[in-house]
Design a protein around this ligand. Structure first.
Ligand SMILES: Nc1ncnc2c1ncn2[C@@H]1O[C@H](COP(=O)(O)OP(=O)(O)OP(=O)(O)O)[C@@H](O)[C@H]1O
Length: 255
């Protein structure tokens, strides 16, 4: 399945080697947008097989960081390595799934037509569209035209497209925005099951209450990392009861 090594006779040894290296390694990343430095020399790593939450207020640079990780952002300095390769490399095309904030689906095609098309472009298995439709909870909507779906449903078609081909790394920019609490819960369950199967998820959000669903958190503010820790350790070290308060505490202590 994922991380398959042609040289390895059994899964144990190669998997152990693969999981030792981080899925994402960012060193000294600086990005300038519109003449302004929006990421200031970021250093971070994202562990494989985990869910990492990228949290911070609107405009702090979350999307820019995710764009750099998938290799679509011009950078002004530093290095971004993804699954052992430079970000954006051709070899990563099938190994990384990316969902932007704006759902990217063809409005005049049905759900299944969209996914059949993307599966064909990716060379994903023919059975994948049905699988990913079920995973995002859109079974029964296969024949619906994308333009006639609700915003949340369209966002889930985008997510389904990113799941085609079972990528090793999923980069999700605010995937639960605009979804009702039940759907948000279902999606977080899906994210957890994908991580349990070995995928790495990097999920941005400005909803702090989603933080506790992550294994690790990157807290950002004004293009800098305020913290890189587990939710429990963040609460412990700041002596706070929720991630919102922990964030505010960290902001105060860096003033
Ligand atoms: N196309 C652009 N040209 C110039 N500046 C931009 C552009 N897109 C974003 N920026 C600026 O870069 C900074 C970081 O934006 P970014 O979209 O990465 O933030 P964000 O944390 O993802 O915000 P949100 O949660 O609102 O999506 C902001 O100051 C924003 O104004």
């Amino acid at each position: 399945m994922m991380n398959s090594s042609p040289a390895g006779p059994g899964p144990a040894a190669p998997a152990a080697t693969a999981t030792a290296a981080p899925a994402v390694r960012v060193e000294g990343l600086t990005v300038v947008r519109g003449g302004r430095t929006v990421l200031h020399g970021l250093d971070l790593e994202v562990a494989r097989g985990s869910i990492t939450g990228l949290l911070g207020p609107s405009g702090c640079g979350k999307s820019t960081l995710l764009r750099a990780i998938v290799g679509v952002q011009r950078t002004a300095g530093g290095r971004v390595e993804v699954l052992g390769e430079p970000a954006g490399g051709a070899g990563l095309r099938h190994r990384v799934g990316y969902v932007t904030q704006a759902p990217s689906v063809y409005g005049d095609l049905s759900v299944i037509e969209n996914l059949d098309y993307f599966a064909a472009v990716l060379g994903a298995p023919r059975t994948d569209p049905a699988r990913v439709i079920a995973q995002v909870g859109l079974a029964g909507h296969e024949r619906d035209t994308a333009d006639r779906l609700s915003g949340g449903q369209r966002a889930r078609v985008s997510l389904a497209a990113a799941l085609l081909g079972t990528p090793e790394l999923l980069v999700l920019d605010e995937p639960t925005v605009g979804l009702d609490p039940v759907l948000r819960q279902d999606l977080w369950r899906l994210f957890r099951s994908l991580a349990d199967q070995g995928a790495t998820l990097l999920v941005s959000s400005h909803v702090m209450d989603e933080a506790t669903r992550c294994d690790r958190l990157l807290l950002m503010r004004e293009g800098r990392l305020l913290a890189d820790d587990t939710p429990a350790e963040l609460l412990r070290s700041t002596g706070t009861a929720d991630i919102d308060s922990a964030f505010l505490d960290l902001v105060e202590s860096t003033r």
